[in-house]
Write a protein of this length. Structure first.
Lengths: 98, 487
C-alpha cells in the first residue's frame, strides 16, 4: 500500500474536507491505485531536467498604479451566505480567554 | 427554417444583414428547439430566455442601424464555468449554487461586443473534473447520437447542445481534453487554442497552468469566426499572449500541398477500438490525397503524460479550490468553529470526484511528497514539451486520434477513476505543452457513433490548423447532426 487510511484522513484535514467512513475507505483504495500508477514516472531519469511550471514563458506583468473603477462593496459581498452590512460574517477565529 | 442548422454563422449573418431573418426569429427558433429536445438531451443547466430575447432585440436594432459585427444576432450557449454578470454560474457544483457573478468573463465581454445572443448556461462535470459530464451535481447530459451514452466531458453540455442543434455554437474549456474529447464523441468541431491565446479572466479556475477556453461549432468556418472574436490579449490575465490575432478566415480555402503532417507512432496504442484506428488511417489518406506529406515522428514520453497531468492538475486544483470556504459565496454549513465550518461546507458542497482530486492534489503537494510527485511531474512535463519541440522540427502539424474509444455507456467508468483518466491519453499532452489542438469530425464507427480527428499545431498556429481542418471538412463532408434532431 502506498497510502493508509490515516494518511487520507490527515490529508483531508489539510484540505479542509470532512469525509464519512465509507469515503475514507473508498478514497484510500482508489488513491492507492492512482499513486501506484503515478509511480511509473520513477522509471524516467530526470536528473538535471528543469521542471516546467508554465507552458509558455511567464513574465511579471506591470501596470500603471492608477486609480480605476472597481467593484462596489455591495457587489463584493453580494454573494456572501452570511453578512453584516458590507462585511462577511464568520464564526469566531480567535477565542477570548476569560 | 430547418436549413438554418446547415448554415454557417457567416451565412446567417448575411441573412440577418439582408433582413431575410431577424435575430428575434433566430433566437426563438433555438429556444423552441431547446424546449422540444433538451428535455431528453439535458445539455442546459439553465436557459436565459429573458436575456436572450432582450439581446436579440438589441441586435436587431443594431442591424437596422447598419452595424456589422461577427456575431451580431447569433444565439450561443456558454459552459457554466464562465462568469456571466447577473446570471447564476455554478460550475455544476452544489458549493456554488446561487452564485451570481458581479462581472463578465473577458470572453463573454468580447462576445457581447460582437453582438451575440446568450441562450443559457451549459452542463459540465463539476469544476470541469471528468470525461463524461456524469460528475455534474445537477444532471447527466446525453449523447445526441445515442442517448444511453455519455457526451464526453467535461464540456459535455456544450458538445451535446451544438451536436443536437440547440445553439449556433458554444464555448467550453479544456484542461486535459475537455473540449476536444466531447467534440469527438459528439461529432462536432472543438478547438483548444494555444495557452494564453484566450483570456482566462472570469473562467473559474481548475488548473491554472493548463486551463484554456475554446469553441464548439458545427463547421470549421464557425470555429474561425468564434475564435477570432474571443482570442487576443487581455490585461486582466497576466498569462495572456500579446501577439496579434491572425485573420483565421484568411486560411480557409488554401490548399495543403507540401504541408508536412507528423504521425506519432505512440498514439496507436493497445486497447484502442479497431474502428477508431481504421477511421484514423482513412483520415490520413484524405490529407495525402490533397497533397500533404505524412511524416513519421516520435513523442517518446507520451506514456507518462496521464500520470504527469493528474499530479499537476490535482495539485493546482487543490490550491484553486481552497477558495470555496463558505464565506464569500455559495453554500455554507454550520460548524462548531471556523475550521469545522469549512470542513462541513466542503463535505456537503463538493462531489466525489472533486473531493478525490483535492485529496490527491493536497497529498502530492504535502511535505515529504512534493519532490517525489509534484517536482518530478514538472520535470516530466519538460520532457513532454521537448518531445513536441523535436517533432515540430520535422513537421508543420501533428495528426492523432482524439480518444481511444467512441462514446461509452453512462455509468460504465464511474466507479473506476483510473480508466476514466486514461480515456484522455491523446489530449492531455497538448495541455501539458500549451499547444493548440482541434478535434474535427472524422466519421463514424460501426454503431454510428462519431469519431474525431485531432490536429495539433505549433504555438499560435491556429490559422494553419484551421487551414488543414477546412480542407479535410470539404473533402470528407461528415454529417454533424443526427437525423433525429433535424426536424
Amino acid at each position: 500500500m502506498k497510502i493508509t487510511k490515516e494518511t487520507v484522513e490527515y490529508v483531508a484535514h489539510l484540505g479542509r474536507l470532512e469525509l464519512d467512513p465509507q469515503e475514507i475507505d473508498l478514497y484510500t483504495l482508489q488513491i492507492d491505485s492512482i499513486l501506484q500508477y503515478m509511480d511509473s514516472l520513477n522509471a524516467l531519469d530526470t536528473d538535471g531536467v528543469e521542471p516546467t511550471s508554465h507552458p509558455v514563458p511567464v513574465q511579471c506583468v506591470m501596470r500603471d498604479d492608477a486609480q480605476k473603477a472597481s467593484f462596489t462593496s455591495e457587489e463584493s459581498v453580494g454573494n456572501a451566505p452570511e453578512r453584516i452590512d458590507t462585511f462577511f460574517k464568520v464564526p469566531p477565529i480567535i477565542e477570548v480567554e476569560e | 427554417m430547418n436549413d438554418i442548422l446547415n448554415l454557417t454563422i457567416r451565412q446567417l449573418r448575411e441573412m440577418l444583414k439582408k433582413k431575410e431573418i431577424s435575430s428575434m426569429e433566430l433566437t426563438n427558433y433555438y429556444l423552441g428547439r431547446i424546449r422540444k429536445y433538451d428535455g431528453e438531451i439535458l445539455s442546459y443547466l439553465r436557459t436565459t430566455e429573458d436575456h436572450a430575447l432582450k439581446m436579440a432585440g438589441q441586435a436587431d436594432e443594431r442591424i437596422s442601424r447598419g452595424e456589422d459585427a461577427p456575431l451580431l444576432g447569433i444565439p450561443l450557449g456558454m459552459k457554466d464555468i464562465l462568469c456571466t454578470k447577473g446570471i447564476e454560474t455554478t460550475c455544476a457544483s452544489n458549493i456554488l449554487k446561487g452564485f451570481v457573478p458581479p462581472y463578465d468573463a473577458t470572453v463573454i465581454k468580447r462576445l457581447k461586443e460582437a453582438g451575440f445572443v446568450h441562450l443559457g448556461k451549459l452542463n459540465m462535470d463539476e469544476f470541469a473534473m471528468g470525461s463524461s459530464t456524469e460528475n455534474s451535481a445537477f444532471q447527466t447530459t446525453k449523447n445526441p447520437w445515442d442517448t444511453t451514452r455519455i457526451p464526453g466531458g467535461s464540456s459535455g453540455g456544450s458538445a451535446a447542445a451544438v451536436a443536437s442543434g440547440l445553439c449556433a455554437g458554444a464555448l467550453g474549456t479544456d484542461t486535459g481534453g475537455s473540449i476536444r474529447q466531447p467534440a469527438s464523441l459528439c461529432g462536432v468541431v472543438g478547438i483548444k487554442p494555444t495557452y494564453g491565446r484566450v483570456s482566462r479572466y472570469g473562467l473559474v479556475a481548475f488548473a491554472s497552468s493548463l486551463d484554456q477556453i475554446g469553441t464548439f461549432t458545427r463547421s470549421i468556418s464557425d470555429c474561425a469566426t468564434m475564435l477570432g472574436v474571443i482570442a487576443g490579449h487581455d490585461p486582466m490575465d497576466s498569462t495572456s499572449i500579446t501577439a496579434p490575432v491572425e485573420d483565421y478566415h484568411s486560411f480557409l480555402g488554401k490548399d495543403i500541398k507540401g504541408l508536412k503532417i507528423g504521425i506519432p507512432a505512440e498514439y496507436i496504442i493497445e486497447g484502442m477500438e479497431p474502428d477508431v484506428k481504421r477511421n484514423f488511417e482513412e483520415s490520413l489518406q484524405v490529407f495525402k490525397d490533397q497533397g500533404a506529406e505524412l511524416v513519421d515522428v516520435t513523442l517518446p514520453h507520451t506514456q507518462y503524460a496521464v500520470a504527469t497531468y493528474y499530479i499537476i492538475g490535482t495539485a493546482e486544483a487543490s490550491s484553486n479550490l481552497a477558495r470555496y470556504d463558505g464565506v464569500k459565496y455559495g453554500l455554507r454549513e454550520r460548524g462548531k468553529d471556523i475550521i469545522d465550518m469549512y470542513k462541513k461546507t466542503r463535505f456537503k458542497g463538493f462531489g466525489k470526484e472533486v473531493k478525490r482530486r483535492i485529496i490527491l492534489g493536497t497529498y502530492v503537494l504535502s511535505s515529504g511528497y512534493y519532490d517525489a510527485y509534484y517536482r518530478k511531474a514538472g520535470k516530466v512535463r519538460t520532457l513532454i514539451r521537448q518531445d513536441f519541440d523535436n517533432a515540430f522540427r520535422l513537421c508543420d502539424m501533428i495528426a492523432t486520434p482524439v480518444s481511444p474509444s467512441t462514446a461509452f455507456k453512462a455509468g460504465e467508468r464511474l466507479e473506476d477513476p483510473l480508466t476514466m483518466y486514461l480515456s484522455d491519453i491523446f489530449t492531455i499532452p497538448v495541455n501539458l505543452a500549451g499547444l493548440p489542438g482541434i478535434s474535427i469530425p472524422g466519421g463514424f464507427d460501426s454503431q454510428g457513433l462519431p469519431i474525431g480527428l485531432q490536429i495539433i499545431g505549433k504555438p499560435l498556429d491556429e490559422g494553419r490548423i484551421l487551414q488543414a481542418a477546412y480542407v479535410f471538412e470539404s473533402e470528407k463532408k461528415v454529417r454533424v447532426i443526427p437525423d433525429k434532431y433535424r426536424s
